[in-house]
Design a protein around this ligand. Sequence first.
Ligand SMILES: [Zn+2]
Length: 143
Amino acid sequence: MLNERYRVCPKCQHENGIDANFCLNCGNQLSTDDEELRLPNAGDQHFSHPAVQLDAAEQAAVDQLVVTTGTIPNGFTRGGAVFATGNNQGVRGYKGAWEDLNVNLWRLCVGHHYAGVANLKIVPTVRGDYVELFGYADGLNRN
Ligand SMILES: [Zn+2]
């Protein structure tokens, strides 16, 4: 499954099941306000976007982009905050929205000369078949 929803404890950041009313790690009370969409192993996912034409150099640049929900990887430092959205235009579910978000993240990274993003958090908005993902993250500079 590409996307998973969790109740993320605001106190200790533990990722609890979506139906958890209390944090399994620290016992803090959880509510629907704590629900987040997280992308497990997002850095491992191969970029593809059939609606966008990329030349060989652009595709190579996209393939180099580091995208992770984890902390800033070794060899990188934080360059600044990155905010991006993606949507599926009503088709292809979360996957379409995720790919669109990737394109926009890539454009932002190119514009800011970032090597990628870390600590990526995704906030989904779903209306029927329309899925929009709002992503915020730390832009990465390669050391
Ligand atoms: Zn907790």
